[in-house]
Design a protein around this ligand. Structure first.
Ligand SMILES: NC(=O)c1ccc[n+]([C@@H]2O[C@H](COP(=O)([O-])OP(=O)(O)OC[C@H]3O[C@@H](n4cnc5c(N)ncnc54)[C@H](O)[C@@H]3O)[C@@H](O)[C@H]2O)c1
Length: 352
């Protein structure tokens, strides 16, 4: 049986552990590593197998895993991946892969040169009940405009509040939305981003130095234009209804990641006194037809993890929906927004 290990036994590590416990017939759960010994020990205890470590190189050399899940914060990448590549170990890396695009590029190229199987933590792509109809909609229709908003609060982990450590909300959280937009309509070309600060105070979140809100305008290779707003200033769910709207000339699809896909306009408008569209004074059009709603069930993360593990077991990576190479493009998309915030200029998205 192939051996699996994890580096980083924090929040997202626990999420993956919950999945691994269901894969005991598939893979040997062999190593748990965290700088904080109690975290690694707690994983070992929960799994009832494997060894706990605080030094990942010792773990790699003693356990000799076939695959490793890298679940460390955004600023901790680099040496870990190169240690895995040097030893020929396949790896899954949590988004956002890295905060330095050149570093991510080097990791990507070195892993590919070694023929390693890689995957990333874009589990929202595996929510088939809602992603498949969304994909079909985007394939069958010309989407001209995408509007995306993710408005929430400040996460609890300390490193999140420092932009140099987390990358900021666009790169660390809303990257899921950036990624699903890429997955559905293809690659971006250029971005321009405004950011706002000063809504959240240091008294609320000591040490906080990141953007409260940013708004990005972007152009896609297929000609679509897109606006992505992301904020962590909200203190209540009443603040905003986060979703992504994909608009065609006569239909729209609203996607809430890991939630719902709602399609408006797929069915013909019922015949009535206002047959066809009526242009109102404000330029708005009367809509017709009922909405079709698809709902997400279950945990797409299980499918995401299982797909990577099975790819390593079989040697066939074709079912992985986001390899390191693909995830690199979503990382690049968000880091281009950061660069635009810093320079005040439009920034081309580097896809290679
Ligand atoms: N896919 C998702 O939906 C999702 C959700 C949450 C977090 N994440 C991502 O997962 C990553 C981690 O987030 P988190 O919330 O679990 O953070 P966390 O702070 O809860 O956990 C990270 C753990 O990594 C450990 N660590 C750091 N460097 C290490 C090293 N060199 N060796 C061993 N252990 C090390 C820390 O001690 C900590 O326990 C982030 O990049 C985050 O964006 C992804």
């Amino acid at each position: 049986m192939k051996k699996l290990a994890i580096i980083g036994c924090g929040g997202i590590g626990s999420y993956h552990l919950g999945h691994f416990l269901q894969f005991k017939d598939l893979v040997e759960l062999a190593g748990w590593c965290d700088l904080i010994p109690e975290r690694a020990e707690a994983f070992k205890e929960k799994a009832g197998c494997g060894e706990a470590y605080t030094d990942y190189k010792t773990m790699l050399d003693e356990v000799k895993p076939d695959m490793v899940f890298v679940c460390v914060p955004p600023y901790c990448h680099g040496e870990i991946e190169f240690a895995l590549i040097e030893r020929g170990i396949h790896f899954f890396v949590e988004k956002p892969l890295a905060l330095d695009l050149d570093l991510a590029r080097k990791i990507r190229d070195a892993a590919e040169a070694k023929g390693l199987i890689t995957a990333s933590g874009f589990q929202c792509r595996y929510a088939d009940q809602i992603v498949q109809p969304a994909k079909k909609f985007c394939e069958e229709n010309s989407v001209h405009l995408v509007e995306c908003s993710r408005i929430g609060g400040v996460p609890e982990v300390d490193w999140w509040r420092k932009k140099s450590l987390s990358g900021g909300q666009a790169a660390e959280q809303t990257i899921h939305q950036f990624d699903i937009i890429r997955y559905l309509i293809g690659d971006p070309v250029e971005v321009f981003t405004y950011n706002a600060r000063g809504i959240i105070t240091d008294a609320e979140w000591p040490g906080y130095d990141t953007d409260d809100l940013s708004v990005t305008a972007c152009k896609f290779a297929n000609g679509a234009l897109c606006v992505i707003s992301t904020g962590c200033y909200a203190t209540s769910g009443n603040s905003f209804d986060s979703k992504i709207t994909f608009s065609t000339r006569d239909k729209r699809m609203e996607h809430k990641i890991l939630g719902t896909t709602v399609i408006y306009g797929e069915e013909a408008a019922p015949a009535g006194e206002n047959d066809g569209f009526v242009v109102k004074g404000d330029g708005a059009l009367k809509a017709g037809g009922d909405a079709i709603t698809y709902r997400h069930h279950g945990d797409s993360g299980i499918q995401c993890d299982r797909t990577f593990i099975e790819a390593v077991i079989t040697g066939d990576p074709s079912k992985i929906r986001s390899s390191y190479r693909d995830a690199f493009k979503s990382v690049s998309f968000t880091l281009a927004c950061n660069k635009s915030m810093e320079t005040g200029l439009p920034v081309k998205v580097e896809l290679e």
